[in-house]
Unconditional design. Structure first.
Length: 560
């Protein structure tokens, strides 16, 4: 098989190694802000940054960009660390925090003030936006722009001591108020925030902005390739300006396209709204696109890494079909998940000619895709449960399951023929009566007859009752975030809870996180709400693979 071609970032790294640009070093970083849980879009950045480092035998730092005490916290730090490790990556001893550099950043700011490249401004945030101008209107200088170096040093020190209220003063870079790039029009470097920091306490009353902190953090850590998403492309000129003015080590910022997913939102602000408004049950709700939510739902790190690999690395943002993500988890679980029988909407099936006290323990394969999966024993007796939808009194022409006077095969067991039904006073079927062919065990008959329908079932005497949660897209619209009120697109049926499902007894003792294929129903995972006496399963994904069909159709069209 030919080697996979380099993506554009790998091409840059290859060239830098060839020219010895960074003395043969490759050093990346993953710099999340600890103000929420990571989502599937972050998984792409994690895989890219750690993957580039691994490929070139380099290093990758985990650095928390904790420069805003208003929204950050230890809970988010720990969740991010857990997610990265779960995905299979290790930062080893390279765990850093932007807050550890606050003193050094402050000293760098002093250097810019002394060079006449930064000043303390009294304009309000609203006035700063107004003075900044637009893409078609030039900005104008602040009346405080020409303060002396000495005055700026005194005011900046007083800002640090907390002598001014929030919003009264900022420290701004003095660059060019008519620059065609709005980011160069005297950007704010420090703002006053009188909130305790989760790591620094009340030591600081001023906090650096992202543009000021980001380049310094990269420089301090001697990063070689600073990989960012496309929205930071227009900020690169500012990134380089700060480092050039200070005359310190300068990494190379490279931008790549964001990963977006249909039928979801990946804005951390919007995900926070979903959590705070209790539209979902926390950051790890299985409907959330967070890594924690996907993990709880039953996704595997291998499937997510495969998904990220398939989406590729490009210079443009992409919106990916959700069905591709589902295809990746199906492919992974098909190889590793044991097959079991579970009846989600049970109706009793009674075999009239089967002995009342007889129990047979039938042999069933665990996973036909795994030669080492082995087999298990499942109990078969007179009374069973089957799916209610697997029986119809007046079936249409292409209904091949159970109906009056029709014969079907019970998986791993016998052929049965429906002889009667029992209904309650409302006309609902409560029992299906059948007879079985004792000579058809395992699906074989002496006369070689075949049936078109095979049903799954569980023993009514031995089965366990379980709660099953069926998840669907959280939004009804492909791009819910494009609307002003994205909450209007919430899917009211994104979660359906079934409380009286019946599962085979082999699932007793199943542990949180264990994954199974429920025959004919999909892949399911044991949820963390499970207790010793209460089994809870999440549906990971159905068996129907729309992406595989779409990919096949696209391939056929291409050949045509």
């Amino acid at each position: 098989m030919p080697d996979k071609p380099f993506n554009f970032i790998e091409e840059i790294v290859e060239n830098d190694l060839e020219t010895n640009k960074y003395e043969g070093r490759v050093h990346t970083r993953f710099p999340p802000e600890p103000n929420g849980y990571l989502h599937i879009g972050h998984a792409k950045s994690i895989c890219l940054n750690f993957g580039i480092a691994e490929k070139y035998e380099g290093k990758c730092n985990l650095r928390f960009d904790d420069t805003n005490p208003q929204k950050e916290g230890e809970e988010f730090v720990e969740s991010i660390k857990e997610d990265i490790k779960w995905l299979g990556f290790d930062w080893k001893d390279r765990l850093y925090f932007a807050s550890d550099y606050f003193e050094q950043m402050y000293e760098y700011a002093i250097q810019l003030i002394k060079k006449g490249k930064a000043y303390v401004d009294d304009l309000s945030p609203e006035e700063i936006r107004e003075y900044r101008g637009t893409l078609t209107e030039l900005g104008k200088k602040s009346p405080y722009r020409d303060r002396t170096v000495e005055e700026n040093l005194v005011l900046f020190e007083r800002m640090r001591k907390g002598e001014f209220e929030e919003g009264l003063k900022t420290l701004r870079a003095k660059i060019d108020m008519v620059h065609p790039n709005l980011n160069m029009r005297d950007p704010v470097m420090y703002r006053i925030i009188k909130k305790p920091h989760y790591r620094q306490g009340e030591k600081w009353y001023i906090y650096p902005t992202y543009d000021w902190a980001h380049c310094l953090e990269d420089s301090i850590e001697l990063i070689t390739h600073s990989l960012c998403t496309l929205e930071f492309a227009d900020h690169r000129i500012l990134y380089e300006w700060f480092l050039d003015q200070l005359g310190i080590y300068k990494p190379q910022q490279i931008e790549f396209g964001r990963l977006n997913l249909k039928y979801t939102v990946l804005s951390k602000r919007k995900l926070t709204i979903l959590v705070q408004k209790w539209i979902v049950n926390g950051w790890d709700d299985p409907r959330m696109p967070t890594i924690a939510g996907l993990r709880r739902r039953g996704y595997t790190p291998e499937a997510i890494r495969d998904f990220v690999e398939r989406t590729g690395v490009s210079k443009t943002d992409s919106v990916v079909e959700y069905s591709l993500l589902e295809h990746c988890i199906r492919e992974d679980l098909n190889k590793r998940a044991n097959r079991v029988m579970a009846v989600l909407d049970p109706v009793k099936l009674i075999i009239d000619n089967y002995p009342d006290d007889k129990v047979e323990w039938l042999n069933a394969e665990n996973n036909p895709e795994d030669p080492n999966a082995g087999t298990r024993k499942i109990p078969f007796c007179k009374e069973l449960f089957i799916e209610r939808e697997d029986f119809m009194e007046n079936p249409p022409k292409k209904f091949f399951r159970l109906a009056p006077d029709r014969e079907v095969r019970l998986k791993h067991a016998y052929y049965v023929t429906c002889t009667d039904v029992v209904k309650d006073e409302n006309g609902n079927i409560t029992e299906i009566r059948c007879v079985y062919d004792p000579e058809s065990k395992g699906g074989w008959t002496k006369d070689g007859r075949k049936v078109k329908g095979t049903l799954h079932w569980v023993s009514a005497r031995h089965c366990l009752t379980a709660e099953v949660r069926l998840y669907d897209h959280l939004f009804t619209k492909e791009n819910p975030g494009e609307d002003e009120d994205f909450l209007e697109n919430i899917n009211p049926n994104s979660l359906v809870v079934l409380n009286v499902c019946k599962v085979e007894p082999s699932l007793k003792g199943a542990k949180v996180g264990d994954k199974f294929q429920f025959l004919r129903k999909g892949y399911f995972c044991v949820d963390k709400d499970t207790t010793e006496n209460h089994l809870v399963f999440n549906r990971i994904v159905t068996l129907k693979d729309t992406w595989a069909k779409l990919a096949k159709k696209m391939e056929q069209n291409g050949k045509g």
